[in-house]
Design a protein around this ligand. Structure first.
Ligand code: GLU
Length: 511
């Protein structure tokens, strides 16, 4: 494949929150463009005003930015072949629709919604549940195909609403090459006469998409599998507009499936399984239409990007961890798989853990700081970085740095009472007091120093790790889980440890 002048577009419709599958589409477009020094374009396909949702465009921009997929051309960046919002290009499409009508490739249809409904009903009664306006029945419909010129002219000038429909040829096999699927063929008799221009004068997706892909010199159309069947119509449009030679190459991405592989991942899947399927939170009045985002769930965008890249693509090697630049280098359209890709949330978690573990403690501290501050604490950088270093192998999401490590910032926590009852023994009580005293008097108050002191104390009293450490841990952190207790003590510092021990002992005595 020659890879000159790669121009690709991500063309979402602002009809709500951008699904994570859309982010994958954007990512693959971005990767192809960057790999070949090409251009990644964002085009907002907002011609369907009935489905327009305020805020959706901002959401798209923010989601792309969060993932680091910054468009080279787009509604906010600008570019030579704009505008990049279809609602601002309305006049452009008119000319091409007219051209199609003039050349007999499209026609005016005056069927009202009521007439179409009645026809649909009639077909239903005959047992035909999917009425299609197509080459088999177009001559029975209310359109310009069998209308006299005078009749047509008067109807057009009367202001009667009309649509423009594509006149799909009969008895033809429409073929095209898909980079992922190879040759794809559709029988033209199975294709409906798609509406190109709607009653409100706005082009439909099909019309606007083809005109814009052409005018924006798009070299590759990379999009979800759900658009595969529309591509047959698009191929006809390219031909009818005489643009066949410059038709972009197509690559239809595999579906993203539910984690169990049964059916398509939908926006409801997230709510059902308690997992995010959107990049960012989307909050609207109706809670059923509000969604939680990967970002708010506590993911690092680099982990999300890495995870998404592997939903339908792999480099053909064992390597799984790729940052965005490495993905750019490794990406290859030819390695996209045809089969649906399971949305394995455990894998997403694994990626996040890998990224957190690989991040430098000070960088982690920067990411974690807002979460700790939101909980009312302002630790200094060094302290926070040390906490991050001790916790990073024990967390999955960023908020876990608070959830699992709040004791580093405050001493208000519940004690694991069950363990205390088991380990807080009458006969060891005075020994524990001595331990507190020895720790208070310890001069080398660091991890090895504390460890040495605790061990020599154990020896003096004939106690084992299991007799002492759980009690110390619970006194200092509430639980028996966590990083090395000696490291925790070094970080908390002698005074804080002593204070916590005093408080804990007095409570343990009452249990
Ligand atoms: N506006 C379409 C969408 O919302 C774009 C499909 C395409 O990329 O052609 O997905």
């Amino acid at each position: 494949m020659t890879m000159e002048n790669i121009r690709v577009r991500f063309a979402p419709s602002p009809t709500g929150a951008l699904h994570i599958g859309g982010v994958r589409t954007a990512l693959y477009n971005y990767l192809l463009a960057k790999k070949h020094g090409g251009t990644f374009i964002l085009r907002i396909e907002d011609t369907d005003r009935t489905r327009y949702v305020p805020g959706a465009e901002d959401y798209i921009l923010e989601a792309l930015e969060w993932c680091g997929l910054i468009p080279d051309e787009g509604p906010t960046t600008g570019g030579e072949l704009g505008p990049y919002r279809q609602s601002e290009r309305k006049d452009i499409y008119q000319e091409y629709a007219q051209n199609l009508v003039d050349n007999g490739k499209a026609y005016y249809a005056f069927d009202t919604p009521e007439e179409l409904d009645a026809r649909r009903q009639e077909e239903k009664e005959k047992g035909n549940h999917s009425f299609r306006y197509d080459s088999s029945n177009r001559h029975e419909m209310n359109n310009s195909l069998d209308m006299s010129e005078a009749d047509l002219a008067s109807r057009l000038s009367s202001g009667e609403p009309y649509t423009i429909r594509l006149k799909v040829p009969r008895d033809e096999t429409v073929r095209f090459q898909d980079i992922v699927r190879g040759e794809v063929a559709f029988q033209s008799n199975e294709l409906d006469d798609k509406i190109l221009v709607k009653g409100d004068g706005m082009p439909t997706y099909h019309m606007a998409n083809i005109v814009d892909d052409h005018l924006m010199k798009i070299s590759h159309v990379i999009r979800g599998e759900e658009w595969l069947s529309s591509t047959a119509h698009h191929v006809l449009l390219y031909r009818f507009l005489d643009w066949e030679d410059e038709m972009p190459k197509f690559a239809h991405l595999p579906l993203i499936l539910k984690p169990n592989g049964k059916g398509k991942l939908s926006k409801r899947t997230g709510a059902q399984l308690g997992i995010p399927v959107f990049p960012l939170d989307w909050k609207v009045e109706n809670p059923e239409d509000s969604f939680v985002g990967f970002r708010e769930f506590g993911f690092d965008p680099a982990a999300v990007v890495n995870f998404l890249a592997f939903l339908g693509w792999n480099p053909g090697t064992e390597q799984e961890i790729f940052n965005l630049d490495e993905l750019v280098q490794a990406f290859d359209l030819e390695k996209i798989s045809k089969g649906g890709a399971k949305f394995d949330f455990d894998k997403a978690k694994w990626y996040n853990q890998q990224y957190i573990m690989a991040t430098d403690n000070h960088k982690l501290a920067e990411k974690v700081r807002p979460i700790i501050e939101a909980n009312g604490h302002q630790p200094d950088d060094k302290y926070l970085a040390a906490v991050c270093g001790m916790m990073k192998e024990r967390v999955t999401f960023y908020p876990d740095f608070w959830k699992n490590a709040a004791f580093f910032f405050q001493d208000g926590y519940d004690y694991d009472e069950k363990t205390v009852r088991k380990k807080w023994k009458e006969e060891h009580r005075s020994a524990f007091d001595q331990l507190q005293l020895r720790l208070k008097n310890l001069s080398q108050y660091n991890d090895p120093g504390i460890k040495g002191e605790v061990e020599s104390f154990m020896q003096d009293h004939g106690l084992k790790y299991g007799d002492v450490l759980p009690i110390l841990r619970i006194a200092l952190s509430g639980t028996t889980k966590g990083p090395s207790i000696f490291e925790i003590m070094e970080l908390l510092g002698k005074e804080e440890v002593d204070k916590r021990i005093t408080k804990a002992y007095s409570i343990f005595d009452t249990l």
